[in-house]
Design a binder for this molecule. Structure first.
Ligand code: HEC
Ligand code: HEC
Ligand code: HEC
Length: 423
């Protein structure tokens, strides 16, 4: 090394750290970078060789190293905490939300996470990371963090995202249930998640695996009835819609729309998508054949609200382009197009939610749903509530649906052909 450059190097290497680096590299920063890049490249090549030779442990049976497990959990905690910041938590101490959340928990979460009086499935316990038994874990999370986890799921684990990303309201229902779960007795859980079926399980019944021999629809219907009730009237509270008294064509259309993912619901989509087309037809027929029941247990609305609802339903608001609801949904003399649901005597809460979803473009539905999008678009929240209260207060049977769809009745969609029932 020439004398001049050596002197310059000593000057540059006065600080202790720099002196060490100068010793390492002979004084050039470019060489520091090159050395680091070389080490990284060697590590990368080594890792690639290990991966290519198939020597990396990916077996779920061997679990994670302690350090890997800790690192992954730490990353998850930090990500959830940061990314859930600013999410506004709605009121969650609502029995209808807890009921809806419990119904879905039984379908979509119990097998992996267990619940009050219920162990996780043996299969879930062989996953890495293992889904935790959830009740004691809830207190470690804020409600907005639980919302984030249930909505988005967790990468590199089996924790799935919510099937209908537009339906934040459904995710909040699950969060409301999760928050109530730690202090819930096994009996209360069974009552919420299984409904009236829990009473049946006390008596000796034909085991589920033998029932199909006698009654092919039995086990499927038992699942529907957890939420929609045996008489098709829903379970009070308005968490689940009434199905009895609805036309077969509409029920089938709704089930098919869920199955295709064109009506958005993380609760109903997975259920409908898992069933054969012929089973959906049989289910629609079953509920359409039940006598109409109404179990709306909401407090009686004031006469003012009912009058406002009645006037909106009959006349709409012409200057704002809101059509008369009665024209399609009744009550009116003469038959109704069976693809237009019978909303009289339906739960006010459910009707209001569906109207909110229509206005926000989050409802989806059958090929007729676009009609409702334009009908509901300009309604104010007060008008939606008045309409929901008005229709809920009516007797369920307002006008018989036609046996067959009649295109002449579909005023705004007269050109759209009605779907043929396939049977
Ligand atoms: C296929 C199995 C599976 C299903 C189904 C599932 N989860 Fe999970 N869940 C997991 C796994 C795996 C983790 C991650 C555990 C970890 O990081 O150690 C997890 C994590 C969680 C956590 C964070 C727990 C903690 O304290 O670390 C919550 C809360 C949760 N799940 C709620 C739910 C809810 C609610 C549902 C139903 C809507 C659900 N999960 C469905 C497997 C599942
Ligand atoms: C875990 C509870 C649960 C179960 C089980 C369940 N449902 Fe539902 N169902 C719901 C909820 C909640 C809605 C409303 C979803 C929405 O907002 O779109 C619904 C909506 C429906 C609708 C649309 C009603 C309308 O007025 O538009 C039909 C039809 C239906 N369910 C049929 C069934 C059938 C058939 C089964 C059994 C195969 C079943 N459901 C099982 C909770 C459930
Ligand atoms: C031109 C006919 C038409 C008019 C007018 C109309 N609707 Fe509808 N409505 C429909 C159709 C069709 C559906 C079913 C959409 C689907 O198939 O998914 C529906 C669905 C609904 C639903 C959801 C029912 C359920 O069970 O999920 C509600 C609530 C509703 N309408 C309320 C109203 C109100 C309130 C008005 C008046 C402001 C109105 N509709 C005006 C045709 C109409």
């Amino acid at each position: 090394m020439p004398f001049q450059s050596a002197k310059r190097m000593v000057r540059r290497c006065s600080a202790p750290l720099r002196r060490w680096l100068c010793w390492l590299t002979g004084g050039s920063w470019k060489r520091v970078v090159a050395a680091i890049a070389l080490m990284a490249a060697l590590a990368g090549t080594g890792a690639f060789v290990l991966v290519s030779l198939g020597l990396v442990s990916i077996s779920a049976s061997s679990g994670h190293w302690k350090a890997t497990g800790w690192m992954l959990h730490y990353a998850m905690r930090r990500a959830v905490s940061t990314q859930s910041m600013g999410i506004k938590v709605p009121p969650l101490d609502d029995p209808a939300l807890v009921l809806k959340g419990a119904g879905h928990y039984h379908t979509g979460c119990l097998a992996c996470h267990g619940g009050p009086g219920q162990e996780r499935s043996l299969i879930a316990q062989q996953m890495t990371p293992e889904p935790p038994y959830l009740p004691p874990r809830i207190e470690h999370w804020e409600p907005q963090e639980l919302f984030w986890i249930v909505k988005n799921g967790v990468k590199f684990t089996a924790m799935p995202a919510w099937p209908a990303q537009k339906r934040n309201d459904e995710v909040w229902a699950v969060v409301a249930f999760l928050q109530a779960m730690p202090s819930m007795s096994p009996e209360r859980y069974t009552q919420l998640a299984l409904g009236w079926r829990s009473e049946e399980t006390v008596k000796p019944v034909t085991p589920d695996h033998l029932r199909p021999l006698k009654d092919p629809l039995g086990p499927v219907l038992a699942n529907c009835n957890r939420c929609h009730a045996e008489d098709g009237g829903g379970r009070g509270e308005g968490a689940f819609p009434r199905l009895a008294g609805q036309s077969e064509a509409y029920l089938l259309g709704a089930l098919q729309a869920y199955a295709r993912g064109e009506r958005y619901s993380g609760v109903m989509q997975p259920i409908a998508a898992g069933l054969e087309p012929a089973v959906l037809e049989a289910l629609a027929q079953h509920y359409a054949d039940l006598p109409p029941v109404s179990r709306t247990d909401a407090p009686e609305p004031t006469p003012d609200i009912l009058a406002q609802g009645l006037s909106l339903a009959e006349r709409g608001v012409r200057e704002r382009g809101i059509p008369s609801c009665v024209h399609c949904h009744g009550p009116k003399d003469g038959p109704r197009n069976p693809m237009y649901p019978n909303i009289a005597g339906q739960y006010a809460r459910y009707l209001n939610l569906q109207l909110e979803l229509f206005t926000a473009g989050k409802r989806g539905g059958t090929e007729y749903a676009h009609i409702m999008h334009s009908a509901a678009q300009r309604l104010t929240p007060e008008q939606m509530q008045a309409l929901a209260d008005y229709y809920a207060s009516l007797p369920t049977k307002v006008a018989g649906a036609l046996d067959k769809p009649a295109p002449t009745l579909t005023e705004p969609s007269a050109q759209t052909p009605l779907p043929q029932k396939q049977r």
